[in-house]
Write a protein that binds this ligand. Structure first.
Ligand SMILES: Nc1nc2c(ncn2[C@@H]2O[C@H](COP(=O)(O)OP(=O)(O)OP(=O)(O)O)[C@@H](O)[C@H]2O)c(=O)[nH]1
Ligand SMILES: [Mg+2]
Length: 463
């Protein structure tokens, strides 16, 4: 389980700025995907290799004169699901009545709260903190979210206070972990029951809660799997009862803990905002993916064709994943999902030999040259694999920072087709050899640099 940190505070104190700073590293990887809708309220951040979830609750404002503070249901729900609250206040506007009211409400939740004085860049930190002591929430932390000042220390301190759950998902849940995700009522529970129906469920005793998914280990054709059920398995007879309690946090947790995501869509409802938002989160996670278009039964040929077209148009960035048309209710197509799941996960872990990668790159460049920048053509020389699950292809050349997104997509598609990498995203990293300022650093890929940073942080922490 990833720790959940919620950002709360009055409007305009800098919650979204902090949120972006904490989650941005991943954004870059999926930038400029046409049709992509991302939820800018939930995200995954990383601190020295440990991931955590961040929720931006949006502004808590006073509701009119004398009515006092209105904490919206949605904010309360986010607070309920959080392990730690960061209460942001604005150093430049000073403590306000609204801050006091929020402080009171947060104290009543009983959740651990850290008071964060934002916009403190031009102030002495002690001075910035001083006037907020009166809020009675202990020693405030002074940060400047815009510049990133104090942010790492803040998150580090928060994560230190949270119980470090060193549960090793790998050993605890052997086999391929499949997260079944989708918006409410697409048929996740029916599908989970159907997938488990004919298989041997090895051991299963966990009740699902609002926040925690259920892990169900089972065997199929001699292979081990663990289903991560976000909807909660109910008795077969009760599957259709009641609208499930949908939680984005729970879904994000399940995605993080999975090897393969099974995204369930509802053919009878079509593709909506919430589907696109979930798809964006899955893309950000880098997980292998299979799309199950459920409720395919009872649709006429025309509707089916229209739906396939709609899927391609509204979720074009999921074109790397197999789409299976199924009926969880009748069981049609469900058995075939396993072959796709196995393939997607195997592809995510594939080894791509350097000579072949380079040959494919050369072929792609020959067929369609990258553009010129300032009169000089971008040169892409050779490629090697920089990581697996998902596969990372590191491409060496000149002026690589100027490679346009459309050309990146062209290359990704080429690698996918030649290596038959259905079901897994492919990430590109570029390294330029002609940057006079890069110096020795250039010897390392971004990934290696991150690893080195993590190691440093780890060592520092141990000291
Ligand atoms: N000077 C300064 N400005 C900041 C800092 N952090 C955020 N801001 C600015 O404050 C304004 C509001 O920031 P947001 O992040 O949108 O605030 P918010 O809390 O998400 O606002 P709501 O969503 O409306 O509640 C923006 O103009 C930011 O650029 C900071 O550290 N220093
Ligand atoms: Mg905001």
């Amino acid at each position: 389980m990833l720790p959940v940190i919620a950002l709360v505070g009055r409007p305009n104190v800098g919650k979204s700025t902090l949120f972006n700073r904490l989650t941005r590293s991943r954004d870059a990887l999926v930038a400029d995907q046409p049709g992509l809708t991302r939820d800018r309220q939930y995200g995954v951040g990383r601190m020295g290799g440990s991931p955590y979830l961040v929720v931006d609750t949006g502004g808590i404002s006073g509701a009119g004169e004398g009515v006092g503070l209105l904490m919206e249901r949605q904010v309360l729900a986010a607070i309920e699901e959080a392990d730690h609250l960061l209460f942001l206040v604005d150093a430049q506007s000073g403590a306000t009545g609204g801050d006091e009211q929020i402080a009171g409400q947060l104290r009543r939740t009983g959740k651990p709260v850290t008071l964060v004085v934002n916009k403190s860049e031009n102030l002495d930190p002690d001075l910035a903190r001083a006037e907020f002591h009166a809020l009675g929430l202990g020693q405030p932390a002074a940060i400047a979210a815009v510049h990133g000042r104090g942010v790492v220390d803040l998150i580090d301190a928060v994560l230190q206070t949270l119980p470090r759950v060193e549960t090793d998902v790998e050993t605890q849940h052997p086999g391929t972990r499949i997260a079944v995700v989708g918006r409410p009522n697409v048929g996740k529970s029916t599908l989970v029951n159907r997938m488990l129906g004919e298989e041997r469920v090895v051991a299963f005793d966990q009740p699902g809660t609002t926040r925690d998914s259920v892990f169900i280990p089972f065997e199929r054709a001699g292979n081990n799997y663990t289903l991560i059920d976000t909807a909660g398995v109910r008795r077969r007879s009760r599957v259709h009862e009641a609208i499930e309690k949908f939680s984005v946090i729970k879904t994000l947790q399940a995605i993080e803990q999975s090897n393969v995501v099974l995204l369930v869509l509802d053919a009878q409802q079509g593709v909506g905002e919430q589907d696109a938002s979930l798809a964006g989160h899955i893309l950000e996670s880098g997980r292998a993916l299979v799309v199950a278009v459920n409720k395919w039964d009872g649709l006429d040929g025309y509707t089916r064709e229209r739906l396939k077209e709609e899927l391609g148009r509204k979720l074009p960035f999921l074109d790397f994943a197999s789409q299976r048309y199924i009926s969880a209710l009748h069981g049609s197509g469900v058995g075939n999902l396993f072959a796709e799941i196995d393939r997607a996960y195997a592809n995510a872990n594939r080894k791509l030999p350097t000579p072949e990668l380079t040959r494919v790159l050369e072929g792609a460049v020959q067929e369609h040259q990258p553009p010129k920048v300032h009169g000089r053509r971008i040169k892409l020389r050779y490629a090697h694999q920089g990581g697996r699950n998902p596969p990372i292809v590191v491409i060496h050349g000149n002026q690589t920072e100027a490679v346009p997104d459309s050309y990146r997509r062209y290359l990704v598609n080429r690698f996918r087709r030649v290596f038959d990498l259905q079901g897994t995203p492919i990430r590109l990293e570029f390294k330029s050899g002609d940057n006079p300022f890069a110096g020795r650093k250039n010897v390392l890929t971004e990934r290696q640099l991150r690893k080195r940073q993590r190691l440093k942080q780890f060592v520092n922490r141990k000291r």
